[in-house]
Design a protein around this ligand. Structure first.
Ligand code: 5GP
Ligand code: ZN
Length: 113
């Protein structure tokens, strides 16, 4: 299977990795949309939110914990930040390996575009 995020997780493709553990990896987005723009991914390949199984609930929860740790590390915890997970075409998903966008360091607008 050809997946850029699997390749990044396996360190076959370079990325600015800022966090790694047994189950998750986080790295700087190549095209940042905010002063802080980090992607948090599971090492396991899951294409979209629609493909998450019940036995992956703990793994998905772990991605939020990793985002929590990184938000604190980046110093955006008090001011706030946004977590985004796009699914399929209307949301603009372009990489089909689930990821949380951790966005912060500026005021976010609502509703999103
Ligand atoms: P999506 O649109 O699927 O929610 O988000 C995909 C994100 O991955 C985009 O923000 C894009 O900039 C980022 N991205 C795509 N390819 C690469 C890559 O090779 N390296 C890194 N670091 N980010 C990537
Ligand atoms: Zn993948």
């Amino acid at each position: 299977m050809n997946c850029i995020f699997c390749d990044i997780a396996e360190e076959k493709v370079p990325a600015e990795i800022i966090y790694r553990d047994e189950h998750a990896v986080a790295f700087e987005d190549i095209n940042p949309k905010a002063p802080v723009h980090v992607l948090v991914i599971p090492r396991k390949h899951i294409s979209t939110v629609l493909d998450i199984n019940e036995n992956e609930n703990q793994l998905v929860g772990h991605l939020f914990q990793v985002a929590n740790v990184i938000a604190r590390k980046k110093g955006i915890d008090e001011k706030g930040f946004r977590l985004v997970c796009n699914c399929n075409r209307d949301a603009g998903q372009t990489v089909f390996h689930i990821h949380l966008h951790l966005l912060g360091g500026r005021l976010m607008h609502w509703p999103p575009g």
